[in-house]
Design a protein. Structure first.
Length: 223
């Protein structure tokens, strides 16, 4: 394979592409098996990426900082705290008149399960170099998982639906809405005792480009 072909393969996508497994509508109540397969696979990989980030012990994604904070204040696992956060965010959809799909519900369940199942199997790092390396792997996993579950097109995750709902109601730029939500969530998580560090910054700076690249690869691979 030539360098030109490789560069074309990893070219970032500007939007979520249609694939051979994509559902025609997010509110599809009877999706095809292949659509459900890639949805479940993507969500499990996403949750595994979060578990890898936790094991790196140099900081996690803003929403997991919040989940860790809740865990610090309770006897809950990080996975259970993530589930509670997901359900709570979904309740905020009601005044925004957002409608969840199958993917929305499975997002809450499977990512939480994956974190609790996979975290004990992930090595815990104590050195910063190994932590950065492991955090990078975790962010890549989250990017791959995001690309697979988003292309299934069976409904946004609770956080994504909250973001788009607020943007529609307020007419603020979607980028500002997302940044505002992430800052608020991160701040609450830190106050509750969640782990903020270089891994959190790596996630904030890297997850967007990595998801875009993974979506581009998925688009080329599915053709």
């Amino acid at each position: 394979m030539s360098l030109k072909s490789i560069l074309a393969l990893v070219r970032p996508a500007h939007k979520v592409p249609d694939t051979v497994w994509s559902s025609e509508t997010p509110l599809n109540l009877k999706p095809r098996f292949i659509t459900l397969f890639f949805l479940v696979l993507g969500l499990w990989i996403f949750g595994t990426g979060e578990a890898i980030l936790i094991g790196a012990q140099i900081g996690v994604s803003p929403w997991t900082v919040l989940a860790q904070g809740i865990t610090e204040q309770t006897d809950f696992t990080v996975g259970l705290s993530t589930f509670i956060v997901g359900v709570s965010v979904l309740l905020f959809w009601i005044p925004l008149k957002e409608r969840p799909g199958i993917g929305t519900i499975l997002n809450i369940i499977l990512i939480s399960m994956a974190i609790d199942v996979m975290e004990p199997l992930i090595p815990k790092q104590t050195e910063i170099t190994l932590g950065v390396f492991q955090a990078t792997i975790g962010i890549i996993f989250v990017g791959i998982g995001s690309a697979l579950y988003l292309t299934a097109n069976l409904g946004p995750g609770p956080r994504d639906g909250w973001m788009t709902g607020i943007q529609r109601k307020t007419d603020y730029p979607i980028g500002r809405v997302r940044v505002g939500i992430e800052i608020i969530v991160l701040s609450i998580g830190i106050l509750l005792g969640g782990t903020f560090g270089i891994g959190t910054i790596m996630f904030a700076l890297g997850i967007g480009p990595i998801v875009a690249i993974c979506l581009g690869i998925t688009d080329n691979w599915s053709k």
